[in-house]
Design a protein. Structure first.
Length: 95
């Protein structure tokens, strides 16, 4: 699997993960929290939601790496073997 496909796969997984946690909205917030509609969770579920939403910062970072990939391939004519040398940065920076 080439670097482009790995970037798209990682971007998709990161985006789906963040979307799931955002969709849960206030449900993971501890039940009994004042003025919070739909709070049914525990402190652990709230912490988990916060962690995974923060991990969602990988989505725009991966998008930036994909933009750099396009710049190098389209504008500068880099080949796959040259791009593979940067792969550790493409995935190391977002994660």
């Amino acid at each position: 699997i080439n670097v482009y496909k790995r970037l798209i796969l990682a971007l998709s997984i990161s985006d789906v993960n963040a979307t799931i946690w955002y969709t849960l909205s206030t449900t993971p917030i501890p039940s009994g929290s004042p003025d919070v509609y739909g709070a049914q969770g525990t402190q652990a579920s709230c912490t988990a939601q916060g962690f995974f939403i923060q991990a969602g910062i990988a989505t725009p970072m991966l998008n930036a790496m994909l933009s750099i990939y396009y710049l190098l391939v389209v504008c500068y004519g880099w080949k796959e073997r040259e791009i593979k040398k940067l792969q550790k940065y493409f995935f190391g920076i977002p994660f």
